[in-house]
Design a protein around this ligand. Structure first.
Ligand code: EQ3
Length: 322
């Protein structure tokens, strides 16, 4: 029987226990624009007491420099307007430019604005702002999350800002810019060992990803293979997967710990592996508990892999099917 994306998505479906991450983002989405900006400032400064992101490299900041220079020269009212436009996804030139940034350039842009806010050069919160009770609710929900989940909430809110450029035709796309590389802070983990797992495609996948060797990782997939990032739709086909990996998977440290493998009557294999992933933004200080769900075809190629954020550390040991 041919493998289908739909059936692949449902393997080990008990992995997807309700996560507090989308629930917290849904609360955030209900806030008005000024409350959203205030929430992000309070959440970020509170988080900064224990963890701070690494400063982005010069090459990355260069991509955001035109916008940052423009903003620095503005009056404080105009700076507030730009931030409101970004948060409300308005159609303005700055919000369009931001909309074309890659995920990591969006984060670098806000990182730099945050530094300017700390120095008092950009106003973090609109003048005369009064906090609504809704902000407190979202902050309290955020405090209940672990650090890996908190940085995921922040990342996703930043990614969702700016004009939705997917609605624009290809003629409006800026020229493809090379994605700057992240410096690896920890040594590459080259020999992968996962308790309960010997599947070559999976071990090679982790090894390639930990070396940022995306060509090698993509070569492990079938030509109709798919990768499903946390809370997203599957990305289908080697070209689209490679583009995604270059933009979003650089510098990650993947530390899978244990897994199970079930061979199906047609010779395909379903594997669930749990472990910890570190992002180059926070290095070894924040570990995200995740699961990989792999569907390997009878020829040993990856047909599907889903990456899920685990709801709690207890889920690391939950390798049962039902
Ligand atoms: C300035 C301030 C504070 C106030 C203003 O009002 C508004 C904003 C937005 C502000 C600034 C906020 C800032 C600077 C936030 C920065 C947040 C950062 C740097 C967050 C980074 C998070 C990174 C995460 C969550 C990375 C997760 C990666 C994962 C789970 C990777 C998984 C993958 C695996 C394991 C694979 O096998 C395949 C690839 C894939 C990438 C899916």
């Amino acid at each position: 029987m041919a493998l289908t994306l739909q059936s692949a998505q449902s393997i080990f479906s008990n992995t997807q226990v309700p996560s507090q991450i989308p629930a917290t983002i849904a609360l955030f989405d209900q806030l008005n624009v000024d409350d959203q900006l205030a929430y992000l400032w309070y959440a970020y400064t509170e988080m900064g007491k224990t963890i701070t992101p690494a400063a982005p490299g010069a090459a990355r900041l260069q991509l955001a420099e035109t916008l940052l220079t423009q903003i620095k020269l503005m009056s404080s009212e105009d700076q507030t307007k730009v931030m409101r436009d970004l948060a409300s996804r308005a159609d303005t030139p700055i919000s369009r430019s931001y909309g074309f940034f890659s995920v990591n350039t969006k984060l670098a842009f806000w990182y730099e604005l945050g530094e300017l806010m700390k120095k008092g050069l950009v106003t973090p919160i609109p003048a005369g702002y009064q906090m609504s009770p809704g902000v407190k609710v979202v902050l309290e929900a955020t405090q209940k999350l672990d650090q890996g989940q908190q940085i995921t909430v922040l990342r996703n809110t930043v990614v969702n800002m700016g004009f939705d450029t997917s609605e624009l035709g290809p003629s409006s796309y800026p020229k493809d810019v090379a994605e700057p590389a992240f410096q690896r802070t920890t040594p590459i983990i080259s020999s992968v060992k996962i308790d309960g797992i010997t599947e070559p495609a999976v071990l090679s996948y982790i090894e390639a990803m930990n070396a940022d060797n995306f060509d090698a990782a993509v070569a492990l997939f079938t030509t109709d293979g798919a990768l499903q990032p946390p809370f997203q739709k599957p990305i289908v086909g080697p070209e689209a997967i490679a583009k995604y990996m270059r933009e979003e998977a650089q510098g990650l440290n993947m530390m899978p710990q244990q897994g199970i493998c079930e061979v199906q009557p047609d010779g395909s294999k379903q594997l669930k592996i749990t472990g910890v992933v570190q992002t180059p933004w926070f290095g070894v200080t924040v570990g995200m508990n995740i699961a990989w769900r792999f569907l390997i075809n009878p020829q040993g190629k990856i047909f599907f892999v889903a990456i899920d954020m685990l709801a709690s550390p207890q889920e690391l040991l939950n390798l049962r099917r039902v």
